[in-house]
Design a protein around this ligand. Sequence first.
Ligand code: URA
Length: 455
Amino acid sequence: MSGTLHAVDLIRKKRDGEELNGDEIRFLVEGASRETIPEEQLSAWLMAVFLRGLSLGELDTLTTAMRFSGEVLDHAGLGRKTVDKHSTGGVGDKTSFLVAPIAAAAGLADPMISGRALGHTGGTLDKLESIPGYRTDLSLAEMRKVVEQCGVSIVGQTKDLVPADRKLYSLRDRTATVENPYLICASIMSKKLAAGLDALVIDVKTGSGAFLRDEEDAQYLAALMVETGERAGTRTVAVLTDMSQPLGRFAGNWVEIVESMELLRGGRDPLSEDLREVSLILAGWMIYLGGKARSAEAGRSAAEEKLSDGSALEIFREMVAAQGGDVKALDAGMEFHRPKYRREFRAMRSGYFVAADCTKVGWAVQRLGAGRERAGEPVEANAGLEMHVKLGAKIEAGQPLATLFTEDEARFAEPEQLLGKALTIGDAPTAAPRLIREIISVGNKNSFLKRQRRS
Ligand code: URA
């Protein structure tokens, strides 16, 4: 069939708002992964999708074709249901280090394939690599062994998994076609579904630090991902969570491992409570969808038990050791990676902490050295920041709002400027933002899909 197809005809068809059939979409995806269709034609098709959108049928076909464009994982014989959590990206978002070992402690398996820092958001792999020796580049066979041993393994993407996304994502990055719900959904879901999951919980961030700041856009993307996951036979739920300020107390690399270890040890620092709560809700859904609890609420209670009894901590330590990491470093906390320079960022006036431009806070963290300027550059393990206040707090002039950490004193200037613009002190008190905005599941997804459906 595909011998008679021509990319130019398919671009024209989508450009004019028509629906492509399965053979046509598979032809384009195969052309992307085998590099038989030139970049200019793939880019033009991506822009046509960006402008015209996709029907749910087209989205399903695109995601499925991308999912099977390379190797797919098979967990037969593991003896446990496989569940995972995926976040659309945020600042200080370290829930993976909590929910994955909690799910494993509850008797599930989490083969988690994660990414690096992207834009203003931090990368799970960069954070894990601040643990000396920790290998994120396991082969799929090595990953399987770690999952068999610990119930969880957190690794990077191999080149054989979803090659179509690697090609299409790099074109989207260069052609201003990243911020589109259909393309984001196909990109994320093809990778998650290739990981062979029984259930998936997606943490869709919304607010000033999210890629989709607008709550309705985030809801629509969430509903698309639930629809696509369920069509593929993976039980899928999306939890819309607040990203209008950094999650937890720390943002950076090693500092995020330190905060995660504090919580895994049962710590209850008030500034980490939002992180703890979001993690328990996400883990609760994983446990419920994985069949280990009768409801998401019962799953949350089970998750809290796994955190309190130390079993999640044990599993996290075991996974770090199995992937070559130095477990003693985990116990040394901030003492292990002492940042060379620290500087406090203080309030210019008294009042209330009323707003944060969390994307700017994220850029401040990246510019302190936690992220990279160019692909492939190393990141600094020690770089990051500690927030001392949450939205709604009463502030006295001169009070430290954050402490910045870096290895290079010259790096302080830009983050200080960014924070000066990002953190707003106002006269009137405001309420703290709601942490959980919406739960989108198979039961209510259609109402969100209807609202913004484009033909
Ligand atoms: N993360 C992905 O993997 N793909 C996207 O398109 C956006 C975020």
